[in-house]
Design a protein around this ligand. Structure first.
Ligand code: ADP
Length: 350
């Protein structure tokens, strides 16, 4: 649905120099998926999302949406193409002098749609986002979550194929964030809408995205299905973003103790710290107690957590064990056979 090829964006700095905000970004976003773009503030996410609808014309690179290349379009063609790309924003961008209904109908007025058809369309959309009874209120009379639902209704008015969400839940409290994300997921399913979700929160990605690209300093440093990225985070940026929502590191007071055990070994045998991750059924299987029985070894559980990623169980467990090299290689085989991802944590990584 969206093909970004070698997108580069340079901004002029006030000193007359250049700042490279996007550096050769290529991404393919499939029709019907919810695709997350995550990174810290300043990573280039907003710049990238504005390149998707050519609100920012990239310095280099091409954008193809639904088979049509935006680079070669006239202004009139671009305006028509943008109608098929809805957008929602962190601060909602509603018109304060217009009611809920008048805000949502605004894009249809601009497109010259006949008033009766526009009213029917907006009535259905207000129903979809659960705002029918608030239709005559002004934005100042609404909660943050309700304002964002007006933004969503307005973004859907022109029957877009793509919805760009630029930090749409960042100004909302946690409960309203969950409700808004559930609404977006429902819209994605029911309307078969492709959604691009810009965020700095891994929680948002974890809850709704199918695939994710991680950005740092204008580059995509990692991308893949959300569950795989959680299982095998490659870049430091990704590890830190996942670490914000799932504890990955031992608390400092434990690190010295564990280091001492690693150096001394347990009962004379080499000690190992393993970070295990489990998905789906494995997350609830007693793999550790089974392994303990089979190999006659003890596990000291240092850190553990279970969560839900894309609706599937996802668990991590950091354990310390001591055993002979033969038993250790058998144990690794056993864990991998049960689809547990195993990463050995060495002294200097602790
Ligand atoms: P993010 O959305 O990830 O926070 P942005 O795309 O907003 O990142 O910004 C990326 C970088 O580009 C930042 O360092 C920002 O200061 C810079 N930047 C963004 N817009 C402009 C602009 N219009 N002119 C100059 N620099 C800009």
């Amino acid at each position: 649905m969206i093909e970004l090829q070698h997108i580069t964006q340079r901004y002029r700095t006030p000193e007359g120099g250049e700042f490279l905000a996007l550096d050769d970004v290529s991404l393919t976003i499939e029709a019907g998926e919810i695709f997350g773009i995550i990174g810290r503030s300043g990573a280039g996410k907003s710049t990238l999302v504005r390149c998707i609808n050519f609100l920012n014309r990239p310095t280099e690179g091409t954008v193809v949406i639904d088979g049509k290349c935006l680079n070669t379009m006239s202004e009139a063609q671009l305006r028509a193409a943008r109608r098929k790309i809805g957008m929602i924003f962190q601060h909602f961008n509603l018109l304060s002098s217009r009611t809920v209904f008048e805000n949502a109908v605004f894009p249809l007025e601009l497109a010259g749609v006949d008033a009766g058809a526009a009213r029917a369309k907006v009535d259905a959309l207000l129903d979809l986002v659960g705002l029918s009874e608030h239709r005559n209120k002004y934005p100042s009379q609404l909660s943050g979550g309700q304002k964002q639902r007006v933004g969503i209704a307005r973004a859907l008015a022109n029957d877009p194929e793509v919805l760009l969400s630029d930090e749409a839940t960042s100004a909302l409290d946690p409960e309203t964030t969950v409700a808004t994300l559930e609404l977006l997921k429902r819209i994605n399913r029911e309307l078969k809408l492709t959604i691009v979700m810009i965020t700095h929160q891994m929680d948002v990605v974890k809850q709704v995205c199918d695939r994710v690209a991680v950005m740092n300093k204008g580059r995509v440093v990692e991308q893949g299905s959300v569950i795989e990225v959680f299982r095998h985070p490659q870049s430091e940026t990704t590890k830190a973003l996942i670490g914000n929502i799932m504890a990955q590191r031992l608390p400092p007071f434990m690190i010295e103790q564990v280091r001492a055990q690693l150096r001394a070994g347990g009962s004379g045998e080499p000690a190992h710290v393993l970070r295990l991750s489990f998905v789906g059924d494995e997350a609830t299987r007693p793999v550790i107690s089974e392994a303990s029985r089979i190999y006659n070894i003890n596990f000291n559980i240092l850190l553990g957590q279970i969560d839900e990623v894309q609706g599937r169980g996802f668990g991590t467990l950091t354990v310390l064990t001591a055993c002979s090299n033969d038993v250790f290689s058998g144990l690794l085989d056993y864990l991998r056979r049960h689809n547990v991802t195993v990463e050995e944590i060495t002294d200097h990584v602790l």
